[in-house]
Design a protein around this ligand. Structure first.
Ligand code: CLF
Ligand code: SF4
Length: 436
């Protein structure tokens, strides 16, 4: 049986993590957000934590080249700024990409966002990136356009981004101090020249700050991604957070470095570790008072398709989409999304009632709980079938999504796998309850 218990412990419609009690349930958006911004973020699964239970995004891998080198990247794979290392995407021409978007849009009506996030840097491949966006803006105008970049070329393209109504730009900013940056970036290619060391980091930093300033001035929402690298920039990211907030960034997504020797990255080969889940949470908590933090990122691949955390890319390979009979039906999409909205409003109402019921409780206690879910904000997954648990911090104020922990499936062919159980228990050992 599926239970809508997440209605009570989740679904703050405010991507900003609004703390005001009972005021966040309006379908018009949170009180502290202007309606124009709410309109931009409400169906974007990355910019709104609540939306990610209902709406999907897709990426098209049209941008192979990159103009910088990050120590956590191996060029054989996708851009690690928005992707797990070790993942390779099928590269597409803009024409194939447009066909793929229409094929996905007609199969998955809750797909609302098209992102270009690699496999290299979209703005190091401007013609392919913008040609793809142009075709989608023309053929599927209801789909939001989203771009992820390292920022080096950004100041040169803000006008074009604006002209195409790309409302969402993500920039990976790992430092605001070149002495930290030189430990992350061995070189950047700028003005027909390869720059190394501190000079390279200085150029990157200046271009990123200029780009962020320009985006904000043009009313384009900017999410900042930062890779947390213990011993390199972990103590520095609070300063990055302050700086990007002061320049008007909308959301900050601090992601863990994923590093292993088999990825063949400089960090992987040199034994650089990633942060633990607890270290990541502590840093996110520290920055949270200062600005909106994203905690539901899945570090998806450059050809990801589906809800965050779900991978349907295999259903839409080049070979398959070339054979598909694609019929883009705007009306059908809109009517499906209208049903989703009805569900969302109901869910928010139940959440408000749940929060009201807590009003009498006098306690500052905060507890972590683990939830097994297949999505849509429901507790609807078996314990043994869960491939991940969503972690929530619950208190009398309601609940806050903290992150997800990947696990191996406990149930194997109908039998519990005791070795796996041990690892599941370790993954959620800091939680006081499991909802499944
Ligand atoms: Fe893609 Fe990025 Fe747009 Fe989202 S992803 S380009 S903002 S549509 Fe989202 Fe994926 Fe995390 Fe990126 S979960 S890696 S934050
Ligand atoms: Fe790799 Fe992306 Fe960094 Fe370029 S920006 S080096 S593709 S991680």
């Amino acid at each position: 049986m599926s239970l809508p218990v997440l209605n009570v412990i989740n679904n703050n419609p405010d991507p900003a993590g609004c703390k005001s009690k009972g005021s966040c349930g309006s379908s018009d958006g949170p009180k502290d957000m202007d309606p124009e911004t709410w309109e931009k973020v409400k169906n974007h699964p990355c910019y709104s934590e609540e939306a990610h239970h209902h709406y999907a995004r897709m990426h098209v891998a049209v941008a192979p080249a990159c103009n910088i080198q990050c120590h956590y990247c191996n060029r054989k794979y996708d851009c690690a700024n928005e992707s797990r290392p070790g993942v390779v995407s099928e590269k597409l021409t803009p024409e194939d990409a447009a066909k793929k978007v229409l094929a996905v849009a007609s199969t998955i009506p809750q797909m609302t966002v098209l992102g270009i996030a690699g496999p290299g840097d979209p703005l190091a491949n401007p013609e392919k990136t913008f040609r793809t966006f142009e075709m989608i803006a023309e053929k599927a105008p209801d789909i939001k356009l989203c771009l992820s970049t390292n920022g080096l070329a950004l100041p040169d393209y803000v006008d074009r981004i604006k002209a195409l109504n790309v409302d969402h730009v993500t920039m990976t900013i790992n430092m605001v101090d070149p002495s930290v940056g030189e430990k992350i970036y061995p070189w950047v290619y700028f003005n027909h020249k390869r720059w190394k060391g501190r000079d390279a980091a200085k150029i990157l930093n200046e271009r990123q700050m200029e780009g962020l300033d320009m985006l904000t001035a043009n009313g384009i929402l900017c999410k900042v991604n930062s890779v947390m690298i213990p011993g390199v920039n972990d103590d520095h990211l609070a300063e990055v957070n302050k700086k990007v907030k002061s320049l008007g960034a909308f959301l900050h997504n601090i992601m863990p470095l994923i590093s292993a020797p088999e990825h063949g990255t400089w960090y992987g080969l040199n034994g650089q570790r990633g942060p633990t889940a607890q270290e990541l949470k502590a840093l996110q908590d520290k920055c949270e008072g200062q600005m909106n933090m994203m905690r539901h990122c899945r570090q998806c691949r450059a050809d990801a398709v589906g809800l965050l955390g779900e991978d349907r890319s295999k259903e839409f390979t080049l070979e398959k989409i070339r054979e598909m009979d694609v019929e883009y039906d705007l009306e059908k999409r809109q009517s499906y999304q209208a049903q989703v909205e009805v569900k969302r409003v109901e869910t928010r109402k139940m959440k408000e009632e749940g929060i009201k019921a807590l009003e009498e409780i006098q306690s500052d206690l905060k507890l972590l709980v683990a939830v097994a879910t297949k999505g849509e904000g429901m507790i609807n997954e078996h314990f043994g079938h869960a491939r991940e648990f969503q972690i929530y911090e619950v208190s009398r104020d309601g609940s806050k999504f903290i992150g997800h922990r990947r696990v191996d499936m406990y149930c194997q062919g109908g039998y519990g796998e005791e070795d796996t159980l041990e690892t599941v228990i370790r993954a959620i050992a800091d939680c006081v309850a499991v909802f499944a």
